[in-house]
Ligand binder design. Sequence first.
Ligand code: AMP
Length: 279
Amino acid sequence: MKIVNSIEKLKTGLAQEKREGRSIGFVPTMGALHDGHLSLVKQCIEGNDVCVVSIFVNPTQFNDKNDLATYPRTLESDCALLEKAGCDYVFTPPEAEMYPVPDTRRFDFGTLSEVMEGAYRPGHFNGVAQIVSKLFDAVEPDRAYFGEKDFQQIAVVRAMTKQLELAVQIVACPILREEDGLAMSSRNVRLTPGQRQKAPLIARTLKESTNFVPGKSVKEIVGHVVHTINNEPQMRVEYFEIVDGNTLEPIENWADTTYPVGCIVVYCGDVRLIDNIKY
Ligand code: AMP
């Protein structure tokens, strides 16, 4: 496994692979890797000749300075996990490599980047689009792998690749969960033992709510989920919306879409947890 920290070195290595006719798969991450990330890496290895993983905590997608400051960074053990998983290239650029000058680009993805995460984390998706487009420029992958845990992010990245007319295929990978249902996340390590014990309530409530569809209305389901989770003293729902999985427009009736997805963010203490469920 090669660990490279400059775009030039990465491009040189990958140019050789491409000349030799190998396909390139790419998994962008912010590190602090867990089995969720590794499930993307596995799919990437299976679907391509060469697997590239980037580890970069992208400052432009953080609207909360404290979240950026406390984001876990575990580069050494990440590289060990990637080596064991069979990754070929790890790209670990310093900030100056990705942002030699400030990126002033402003993307417009309409509704896709305005609702939910877009509304609660202003500028977040602009930062995501900035870094993912720069990483796609550096890697020029045939396929790139993203987790459905960040459901809205996939829609935004797909829209970006269309706008920029990039040839990369975006592959969506299922959410990996802990045994108790909690969606795996780099932020889970910040939960206190007490909070960690309570956190599976999110996934459990979402899953249970699917049993009431379509008997109960969208509004009733939303009310039930929010109420159940907010009843737990350590937890506060930031938003829960049931949307069309393609347009991300909120739905009012089940008949409004064939692809309803419930997207939730819950603060557990000061840890922001994201999850979603397909109805
Ligand atoms: P991050 O390092 O949080 O930016 O995540 C890098 C990629 O891994 C993103 O595409 C995430 O959606 C994906 N990912 C994170 N957690 C999970 C999970 N539990 N299951 C599947 N994919 C995940």
